[in-house]
Design a protein around this ligand. Sequence first.
Ligand code: ADP
Ligand code: MG
Length: 321
Amino acid sequence: AKQMLQLKTGSEGSKHYREVLEKESLIMFEEMVKQIENTKERSISRNLVVHKKEGPIQVSATLLLLQNSEGHSAGMVCVYNNITEIQRLQRARAWREVARRIAHEIKNPLTPIQLSAERIHRKYAGEVSDDVALQQSTQTIINEVQHLKRMVSEFSNFAKIPESNPQMSNLNQIINEALQLYHENMPARISLTTELSETLPQLPLDGEQIRRVVINLVDNAISSIEKKGALSRIFRQGQIIVRTRHVPDLNIISMDVEDNGTGIAPEISDDLFEPYTTTKEHGTGLGLTIVSQTISDHNGFTRFRNLDTGGVCFTIELPVT
Ligand SMILES: Nc1ncnc2c1ncn2[C@@H]1O[C@H](COP(=O)(O)OP(=O)(O)O)[C@@H](O)[C@H]1O
Ligand SMILES: [Mg+2]
């Protein structure tokens, strides 16, 4: 409770609650006490949001009236639970359902639209060759439909993230496979290096899903570096480092994907893992949702921190079983 509610320091041991609780939680606590006295109920619950340095957390508070065997009041107990993670999972599930339906509704008409536009383009745009407007319009339709198709397929991927199918595997190997894609066609002036621990224990991982996690993180790092390059003339060398580590003390394996791009914009950092959080014109905002969902399906955690050097480091942590 001390950490959750950010209690005043020195609040251990027996003290009156007024000495311990901070403003918001104190007001709520007193309201709950009043309510329980008025309604004669045995217990009541409320949710509150506690704003911590690392971000807001959801806390549920349940106040229980204790009674002794004669039915006389014997004091009260208040139980606090951190329900941030539970709420996040529930939200993610609701979003998946929405995504699944939307994808279904949008997908069907796209192909006929595309085919029709291509037909018009072929048939008329060629003949009436000086009609630039017609050519441009049909091309725009074709391009935008392409874009919609890509979005919809990302949507439906998100909607049907399958239950993971974990097999004992080596994280380094999955990372190397995923990065293979990049080594051949990396934009100039971005270096992609790895610092992979040679002593990683095997883990139960869904290789395909973890590969997507790596790809999503590296894709984001590349676009962040490209954006920084476009913004700043003095920015010369983009650098992405993928690092793995075994931390025996915590019994976890961690993977960092670090870049020296723009860093996470502060206005989106609270909602970074929510669907549709994006700063890109054609972004879906699903990449990091998929990352954090996949990692939590693997009983792990995803976090990030902006670096002093300007970029950001995403870290995933997976338990060694
Ligand atoms: N490495 C990064 N550096 C800076 N910003 C990032 C990075 N990764 C993600 N972001 C920010 O988070 C947003 C959400 O990312 P994501 O969920 O992958 O969706 P998308 O890439 O479609 O925008 C991005 O639009 C970007 O603003
Ligand atoms: Mg992305």
